[in-house]
Write a protein that binds this ligand. Structure first.
Ligand code: PLP
Length: 408
């Protein structure tokens, strides 16, 4: 008889977005003449850069010719894109990463969710709280947790991100094997300094742990003192994998292109203590289960590194950062403490009351939708996330409404 993977039954249903939708529907029914502004969304809103569209168009035209047609490409990505990534995102910043350490994929969601597959079932997982849920759920599916009790899966080590630690978690006191870090962070918008990341790298080197570093939001970093890649930290190449994406810098959320860096010298042990290349294992996994990103999409992604593409990506991210600045200024003026929004598109607000209560206040008093922090973990309770992905007009109108509503 066909049977299921019972680990899936441990997964807690996320009611976050359906609860938000229900409350919006109730508000709209009671207030049919009032408009709603949604500042809860993690998807980008601005169109694709012209440089990317031009490259996309030309690649499609090429595909219409016998000589320029591309069928299955290399699973790891075309050399032109892997070279551009290695040179521009790493070597130009002094990080010694080569093109053959880059695996191009269709999303940082899939990569950050799938990477755990190549490690043993019994390893100890550490995740931040609040957290991007993909890291947690994929490890639950893989059988690395017990049941969820009071909002936390048994067996995982949760790293609290709180106002006290500036939303950058401390190194755990108990041993862990696989650590998920995300900076700039979703949902908090917090960034980690060079010293903070160095401490994590040092911990991983000393303890034999591996760090999965999600840098999906790196294009928003404007503070030059902040590291943009974990490989800017000495010694990280031996203990860290990095996930990047074209979703939030160049608006590829619907176009789909991302990449993962797996240094060639990085190893992990088998049950006998013998070391194996993580690069070789990931390459095997990637080639077995993935057939490459389409040629036109990879050409469009390559254009991000052209002079025109660079300028457009800077303008796009500057635009969202200006939105974030407007949000943060308005919320701080009202006396709320926030983090994020300066090197990140997310503003994380200490609501000084339960998340859902603040959510309801903003919806009912101002017609503005945010994301309740409680949906991202226990430590998210008492916070809300506001996203800068919206039009300027909507952001300004939303802040004006919030000022009026909360200043009452
Ligand atoms: N990582 C984080 C932290 C994210 O917030 C997101 C999307 O919101 C992703 C990864 C997904 O990126 P992609 O669009 O490349 O799958």
């Amino acid at each position: 008889m066909i049977r299921i993977n019972e680990n899936f039954l441990k997964l807690q249903a996320s009611y976050l977005f359906s609860d938000i939708a229900k409350r919006i529907a109730a508000y709209q029914e009671a207030n049919p003449d009032k408009s709603i502004i949604k500042l809860g969304i993690g998807d980008v809103t601005e169109p694709l850069p012209l440089a990317c569209r031009d490259a996309f168009h030309s690649a499609i035209d090429e595909m219409g010719t016998r000589s320029g047609f591309h069928g299955y490409g290399p699973e790891q990505g075309y050399p032109f894109l892997r070279e551009a990534i290695a040179q521009n995102d790493f070597q130009a910043r002094g990080a010694d990463i080569s093109a053959d350490e880059i695996f191009v994929s269709d999303g940082a969601k899939c990569d950050s969710g799938n990477f755990q597959e190549i490690f043993a079932e019994g390893i100890k997982i550490a995740v931040a709280d609040p957290v991007y849920p993909v890291y947690v759920d994929t490890n639950v599916m893989a059988g690395r947790s017990g049941p969820s009790v009071d909002g936390r899966y048994q067996g995982f080590v949760y790293l609290d991100s709180t106002p006290e630690n500036g939303y950058v978690p401390a190194i755990p006191s108990e041993p862990v094997d696989l650590i998920y870090l995300c900076f700039p962070n979703n949902p908090t918008g917090a960034t980690a300094t060079r010293e903070q990341l160095s401490a994590w790298v040092e911990y991983a080197r000393e303890s034999g742990a591996l760090i999965l570093f999600d840098a999906a939001y790196v294009a928003f970093v404007r503070d030059d003192s902040l590291p943009q890649s974990i490989y800017e930290i000495p010694g990280a190449k031996d203990v860290a994998i990095e996930f990047r994406s074209f979703s939030k810098n160049a608006g590829f959320t619907g176009t789909r292109c991302a990449y993962t860096v797996v240094p060639k010298g990085l190893t992990a042990a088998d049950s006998k203590g013998e070391q194996h290349s993580v690069h070789a294992l990931w390459n095997r996994r990637h080639c077995t289960k993935f057939n490459g990103v389409s040629y036109p999409v990879q050409r469009a992604a390559e254009a991000v590194y052209s002079d025109g593409g660079r300028a457009e990506v800077k303008a796009l991210t500057d635009f969202y950062l200006e939105n974030a600045k407007i949000v943060r200024a308005a919320i701080e003026d009202l006396g709320y403490a926030c983090v994020g929004g300066d090197n990140s598109p997310y503003i994380w607000i200490d609501a000084r009351r339960p998340s859902w209560e603040f959510f309801d206040d903003l919806l009912n008093e101002a017609g503005v939708v945010c994301t309740p922090g409680a949906g991202f973990g226990l430590c998210g309770e008492g916070h809300i996330r506001i996203s800068a992905f919206n039009s300027r007009e909507n952001v300004e109108m939303a802040m004006e409404r919030i000022r009026k509503a909360l200043a009452k």
